[in-house]
Design a protein around this ligand. Structure first.
Ligand code: UD1
Ligand code: UDP
Length: 372
């Protein structure tokens, strides 16, 4: 009797999913006992292409759904509509999704409708506030209910899932594939014009994009940063701005005309990781950066009201500072003026694994396929 070769389809659509799924795709492709297909939804366009190029991955399918100023409705409807055909044609045995974006939720829903097994990478992160981050907290909770495999990055994530009565036999603690990516990108002899520009100053790295921060919260964040830059002449700020026009307009409005703030285009992942490594301190509302910074020993002020990454806070590298101008200003100033506070945070404590999470995940899938 001929055993049918199992087919795995990896689906992602945004920059952070791509950064954390490309190492997994490469690991899957290095094994020859199943077929690997890659489908990108194109929820992001340029920011996704940058990652695909860095990891030299050519997707088998691109649904090309991105539109300027897309709403959650646009993204949801368009992915659900277009992915049906791909799933119907390829009939994968397993669909792998990552994290908590609309791509993640909608793809998992489509796989569930087709009764295809779902593997959820980076499962179990929680704030337990469905409006923060919005809509990510709902997305990841919803996927946990229907996933056949929950690949939790940490024990804490496993415990979150168990509190929700997710079947223990579906949960595996694997570490976070973000660290797999980081293992391949950091270079000791790295050079970049921004690093030359910042020589003799402290380089501060900024990113911001969260949907719930668009508008007033983001204005508070940017005002706080602007005030600090005008008061501390020994710092230089680099801000690779997310391509969301709402973010770009505000950043340009508040930060232009300051010679010590450089607004630049999104960086490819190799440049970004190495600039993180060269920076003195990071201010962000990003999720992924909270996982990467503890490995690099870079203090991060997390400009959000909640975090689903308490491990980094416990490790001491992350500090949750909210979105009020005064809090951000005070915390930023403290790190620039109090060496002890800075040193306490600038410790390399990585709670997110050893950089071999992809291998672990593929081993688990393989073992389960063989035992079927
Ligand atoms: C999405 C995810 C968020 C993730 C973030 C990573 C959802 C609901 N949100 O948010 O969880 O943290 O990606 O960055 O899934 N744009 C471009 N080119 C690009 C990417 C974006 O022009 O390559 C612009 C478009 O105008 C687009 C807008 O940015 O409409 C917003 O993109 P979208 O994916 O809807 O939301 P993000 O804020 O990026
Ligand atoms: N990143 C990047 N280029 C940039 C900014 C960020 O490659 O200009 C990387 C960063 O290292 C992290 C990921 O993108 O791996 C975070 O993506 P983002 O902040 O867009 O989304 P989130 O992590 O908040 O979902």
């Amino acid at each position: 009797m001929r055993i049918k070769t199992k087919k795995i389809m990896v689906v992602f659509g945004t920059r952070p999913e791509a950064i954390k799924m490309c190492p997994l795709v490469n690991e899957l492709k290095s094994r020859n006992n199943f077929i690997t297909k890659v489908c990108v939804t194109g929820q992001h366009k340029q920011m996704l292409d940058q990652v695909l190029e860095s990891f030299r991955i050519e997707p088998d399918y691109n649904l090309h759904i991105m539109k300027e100023n897309q709403t959650l409705f646009d993204v949801t409807i368009n992915i659900l509509d277009k992915i049906k055909e791909v799933l119907d044609y390829e009939k994968p045995d397993l669909v792998l999704v990552h994290g908590d974006t609309s791509t993640t939720f909608v793809t998992a829903l489509a796989a569930y409708y087709n009764q295809i097994a779902i593997g959820h990478v980076e499962a179990g992160l929680r704030t337990n506030n469905i409006y923060s981050p919005f809509p990510e907290e709902f997305n990841r909770q919803a996927v946990s209910i229907i996933a056949r495999y929950n690949f939790a990055p940490t024990i804490n994530a496993l415990q979150n899932l168990m509190r929700e009565n997710i079947d223990r036999s579906t949960i595996y603690v694997t570490g976070n594939t973000a660290i797999d990516a980081l293992r391949t990108t950091i270079k000791q002899d790295y050079k970049h014009p921004i690093i030359d520009w910042a020589k003799g100053s402290k380089l501060i790295l900024i990113t911001a994009h969260r949907r719930e921060n668009l508008g007033e919260p983001m204005r508070h964040m940017f005002n706080a940063i602007n005030r600090i830059v005008s008061e501390f002449e020994d710092i230089k700020v680099v801000y690779p701005i997310h391509l969301n026009p709402i973010v770009r307009n505000l950043a340009n409005e508040i930060f232009s005309n300051n010679a010590r703030i450089r607004l630049i285009e999104p960086l490819d992942v190799v440049d970004f990781h190495n600039l993180m490594n060269a920076s003195h301190l990071i201010l962000t509302d990003s999720g992924g950066i909270q996982e990467e910074a503890p490995s690099l020993g870079k203090p991060v002020l997390v400009m959000r009201e909640t975090t689903e990454r308490p491990e980094g806070v416990e490790a001491g590298t992350l500090k949750l500072v909210g979105t009020e101008e005064k809090n951000i200003y005070d915390s930023f100033k403290l790190l620039l003026t109090d060496v002890n506070e800075y040193q306490k945070m600038a410790q390399s404590n990585n709670p997110y694994g050893d950089g071999f999470s992809s291998k672990r995940i593929v081993d688990i899938i393989e073992k389960n396929f063989w035992s079927e």
